[in-house]
Write a protein that binds this ligand. Structure first.
Ligand SMILES: Cc1cc2nc3c(=O)[nH]c(=O)nc-3n(C[C@H](O)[C@H](O)[C@H](O)COP(=O)(O)OP(=O)(O)OC[C@H]3O[C@@H](n4cnc5c(N)ncnc54)[C@H](O)[C@@H]3O)c2cc1C
Length: 475
């Protein structure tokens, strides 16, 4: 007689606290926790390089919290469930929905398989504050603009449920058959780059909560203003934990309710709202990572110069604020939101490189690379998305630096070869007189690149490319 088990299928909910599916089966007599690395999608399309590193550590940490009982599989989920059905007498299967289109399709297939075998299953929402299908205009159509989406659509619905406490005990089922551990999934073969990431992140559920506590204590009180300054510690840096579900948005939302109301709290909640909006767009446009939401951009004359792309990726464009952002990404697997906008605008507008190439680089290098947020972020900065920054709004990386890195701390940290330049020339070293460059031990083209494009000329070229688009659109 095969062992009787209840299965919790971990997906992007690698946590015990506020895990609705897991809590629903906390009193099951034999709880088998599983994770499936989908072999059909275990390529760049489902998880980027930095994401694989994060996932590896998140699974190792989760397995240790579950006392080594997490059963991992490297196969197609459908095949894994067929195998589980052969091996065990399954009482029930539960999981939290992933709101990514391919995974939603997979859910339907798994549900059909379980139904065919008369196995009970239940799914939950542990990922979003408001399920996309619940948010709609009075006429039933989806929102296209963020503010009404959030203020009317989301805030008009009942408040997100309170977080579910972490279950005190589980009757975890320890399989006697040979078990695949997270390590055996071979998610992150040894790579020197990973050693760097290790310096910046503790990848565990408890680390996510510590980071939240720390942010509430030290960062939140000046969030609204301070979040614009990449050198300041006013953002939460919780994005990778949210992406992998080591902390839930419900926990964040309700912790904000517990602190004194302020414009900082309201603003932080609205940023969580942007995350909801990204998933909402992905729900309504499953091709968000491939196609321009505004189809007039389909004929945009991208330049796609591979040398320019390489210089951008390596933080060697000769534009200090852009290079600082790109090097922050390479050093830490994270980039501050202000810098994401600056480097994104520079790539798409000054270099006229297709936003999908920028998105791809972010996908592989960000530890928080998230299908919804990354695609929506790039469509937004390129101007081709829903409620996007207009194409003609081109960030000037020099004035952005002067305004948002006024003491130059951010640029000096990530572009140390310019550290001795006075603030006045730090963001535009090509304008510095020869004597000043010499005193700062900078020889342009030797110690630090000359700008790969002229900011003014490239801006004008971008604008005229955009105008040609509009006129050809009118034809
Ligand atoms: C080109 C581009 C690409 C991006 N790619 C990603 C990505 O792959 N993954 C990702 O999580 N975010 C992405 N973002 C959004 C944003 O930059 C990050 O969420 C944010 O910088 C994460 O840092 P934080 O956790 O300290 O943010 P905080 O300011 O502390 O915000 C808290 C949380 O709110 C959400 N949030 C904040 N800002 C945004 C935003 N603009 N859009 C959507 N959600 C937001 C995030 O979940 C974030 O963790 C991208 C933005 C741009 C412009």
């Amino acid at each position: 007689m095969p062992d009787q088990v209840t299965i919790h299928w971990f997906r992007k909910d690698l946590r015990l606290m506020d895990n609705p599916a897991l809590s629903s089966v906390q009193s099951a007599p034999h709880l088998l926790p599983i994770y499936i690395l989908d072999i059909d999608r275990a390529d760049d399309a489902s998880i980027g390089e930095a994401g694989r590193w994060w996932l590896h550590h998140a699974l190792v940490s989760l397995n240790s919290t579950l006392k080594g009982t997490l059963q991992c599989y490297r196969n197609s989920p459908l095949k894994v469930f067929e195998q589980l059905i052969q091996t065990y007498s399954i009482e029930k299967v539960v999981w939290n929905i992933s709101y990514e289109p391919i995974e939603s399709a997979l859910d339907i297939a798994i549900q059909a398989l379980l139904r065919m075998h008369h196995i009970e299953y239940e799914t939950f929402n542990g990922t979003l504050l408001w399920s996309p299908e619940c948010v709609q205009k009075l006429d039933g159509s989806p929102y296209k603009v963020f503010t009404p989406f959030y203020k009317k659509g989301c805030l008009g619905l009942p408040e997100p449920r309170a977080p579910i406490p972490q279950p005190k005990v589980f009757n975890l089922y320890a399989s006697l058959t040979a078990k695949t551990t997270p390590e055996a999934l071979d998610l992150c073969p040894r790579h020197a780059w990973h050693d760097k990431l290790q310096l910046h992140w503790v990848v565990s559920e408890s680390a996510a909560h510590e980071r939240l506590d720390d942010f509430i204590e030290h960062g939140l009180n000046d969030y609204k203003l301070g979040r614009n300054y990449p050198a300041r510690d006013n953002v939460s840096r919780l994005s990778p934990y949210l992406r992998w579900g080591q902390i839930s948005p419900h926990v964040l939302w309700h912790r904000m309710n517990d602190v004194m109301p302020s414009e900082n709290v309201t603003h932080f909640c609205s940023e969580l709202g942007w995350r909801e909006f990204s998933y909402y767009q992905l729900h309504h446009h499953p091709d968000l990572n491939q196609n321009n939401l505004q189809s007039k951009f389909d004929s945009f004359p991208w330049s796609n110069d591979s040398n320019h792309l390489k210089a951008w990726q390596q933080g060697q464009t000769g534009i200090p604020m852009v290079d600082a952002g790109m090097r922050e990404l390479w050093e830490t697997g994270y980039m501050h939101n202000r810098s994401r906008m600056i480097v994104g605008s520079f790539l798409v507008k000054n270099l006229r490189i297709d936003w999908r190439l920028g998105m791809q680089w972010f996908w592989n290098t960000l530890v928080d690379a998230d299908l919804a947020n990354n695609s929506a972020g790039w469509q937004w900065i390129a101007g081709c998305g829903a409620d996007a920054a207009p194409y003609f709004r081109i960030f000037n990386p020099v004035t952005q630096g002067q305004k948002f890195d006024p003491q130059g701390d951010y640029v000096r940290r990530f572009v140390p070869e310019l550290a001795l330049l006075p603030d006045q020339y730090l963001f535009s070293p090509w304008e510095a007189p020869a004597l000043i460059l010499k005193a700062a031990q900078v020889e342009l083209g030797v110690d630090y690149p000359k700008p790969i494009v002229d900011l003014k000329i490239s801006r004008e070229k971008a604008l005229s490319a955009f105008k040609s688009l509009k006129s050809s659109d009118a034809v």
